[in-house]
Design a protein around this ligand. Sequence first.
Ligand SMILES: [Zn+2]
Length: 287
Amino acid sequence: MKVITDERCAEYRQPSHPERPERILSTIQLLKRQTELPITWASPGAASEAVLVRAHSAEHLGRLDEPHDFDGDTPFFPRIANYARASVGAALTALQAARSGESVFSLMRPPGHHATRNRAMGFCYLSNIAIAVLEALATGTQRVAVFDFDVHHGNGTEAILLNQPGALFFSIHQFPCYPGTGGRNVGKNCFNYPVPPATPRGEYRHILTSALEQMLSFKPDLLAVSAGFDCYARDPLAQETLEQEDFYWLGQSLRAAGIPLFSLLEGGYSNDLPELIFAYLKGVEGK
Ligand SMILES: [Zn+2]
């Protein structure tokens, strides 16, 4: 398992904000301490302007340098544009690793799936996964599917990939919940699976299975996973019910598809996040 990270992504913080540096630092600690899963560590590559502007407007990229908060959840931080670019760079490195047949996970912040073409929101500044998908499509992959199991709807990914030839988007999320979108399918290629709050685990897994089956029926050449661990039963930001073993099962189920796969960390705010990520990685690796 290759894990792409850079401890510098822990350099910014807002006191009491749930998207905090410890999410990454404590996961690195657990992954370094464990002995079950051999891990190769890698650093994020670069993300060029040309790659970013496929997904974002020039105005948005400029706005990231202006020292004003984006919304109540999404503060401005000095150098946030650089941190966001490093997270994109990790997504691009993950894409390359998946194409070389490696198992790979990007363990970075900020997350990306709420950022739209023109707007930072929901703790997200740049759309890491949409940028990687557009890069894959621009460099020879025919059909790329995003599987977004974060408990929140991936509105930014959806907005950027909407009706994009070769791209497919599948999001399984609590509804109603932030950001309020994702109640139905949109366009030709965006499929949403809204799940009521407090849906029992077995039912939640059944819905995840349906989404996965529908995604595979399109025969994608590459899977890009927005891995959010806030559908966990004890996550403070949502009301769903999954347990640690369900993330192992998710990893295994994605691996079983037999398609090159890369995963990027999105949400997940409980103190158990390191264990949840570790369970998922073991599933993806088939351990
Ligand atoms: Zn989330």
